[in-house]
Design a protein around this ligand. Structure first.
Ligand SMILES: Nc1ncnc2c1ncn2[C@@H]1O[C@H](COP(=O)(O)OP(=O)(O)OP(=O)(O)O)[C@@H](O)[C@H]1O
Length: 253
């Protein structure tokens, strides 16, 4: 492991019942770097992403083997508090999923759950998070209105703000722009680039142009296996393996 490694998995296997969805996945994720996970539908990208903050624990009948480390700490250690793990490793989903509450309350929720009671501090966190997610100007005059009244792209930036409000170290993003139009997508991509100066970001995307635009490193998955991982430029211009080349040139997938 390099010393700028934030997360690492070693020989990670994952099963839904008897079905093995991930096979021996070993890779590192670096601080202040965006890593894209690409590959055809069903290859295990989302499953792998969910292994990184133990979201799969919520799915009955699943089993994980192997190592998953955050700053060298085994995230499966019985001493690990999963709520705290998910605070450190936040997540944004494909479909924006704001709570049916006001814009303000969507962001204030996490910090409150984490024990922050001071109203002034909560207000500062709400403003800072909305600014970080590049949506403050659009919502600052309607903080008490329902989040459900926002457009899809605004809702997704709100969900990013909600994730940022608890000050995560890693942000997992599962196709965060796939439900959005091109302009909203551009905003999310710009945001990913901006946030990478502070966080480790891991993003699942179907869109190879998007991976090329936003990520420093790209990992290609196929049928539950990590086929190739490299600097994004190298992976797209000089893939080592034919399978990767076939996928990125659109010959399958
Ligand atoms: N809850 C589940 N129960 C059983 N099998 C599942 C479950 N979720 C996913 N799978 C299976 O695990 C494999 C990997 O799925 P996963 O969703 O991780 O792939 P993906 O690469 O993210 O696909 P997509 O790009 O279509 O979202 C697939 O064969 C899928 O059918």
């Amino acid at each position: 492991m390099e010393n700028n490694t934030k997360m690492h998995t070693g020989d990670l296997n994952f099963y839904y019942g008897k079905f093995q969805a991930l096979h021996h996945i070993s890779m590192d994720f670096y601080k202040n770097r965006v890593t894209a996970l690409i590959g055809p539908s069903g290859c295990g990208k989302s499953t792998y992403l969910r292994c990184l903050n133990r979201m799969n624990d919520l799915i009955p009948g699943t089993r994980v083997q192997g190592k998953a480390l955050l700053d060298g700490m085994d995230i499966h250690d019985p001493a690990v508090d999963v709520v705290n793990l998910r605070k450190r490793v936040g997540m944004v989903f494909q479909k924006p999923n704001p709570f049916p509450k006001s814009i303000f309350e969507n962001i204030a929720y996490g910090p409150r759950v984490n024990g922050i009671k001071d109203k002034g501090q909560i207000t500062r966190i709400v403003e800072k998070s909305l600014k970080q997610a590049a949506i403050w100007n659009e919502v600052k005059d309607r903080l008490n209105e329902s989040a459900l009244g926002l457009s899809g792209g605004q809702q997704q930036r709100l969900c990013i703000a909600r994730a940022l409000a608890v000050d995560p170290e890693v942000l997992l993003m599962d196709e965060p722009a796939s439900a959005l139009d091109p302009i909203a997508t551009q905003k999310i991509e710009a945001l990913v680039t901006e946030l990478s100066s502070k966080l480790t970001i891991i993003i699942v995307t179907h869109n190879m142009q998007q991976a090329a635009r936003v990520s420093h490193r790209t990992a290609f998955f196929y049928m539950g296996k990590l086929i190739e991982v490299n600097d994004t430029d190298t992976l797209f211009t000089k893939p080592k393996l034919k399978q990767t080349e076939d996928y990125i040139t659109g010959r399958f997938g």
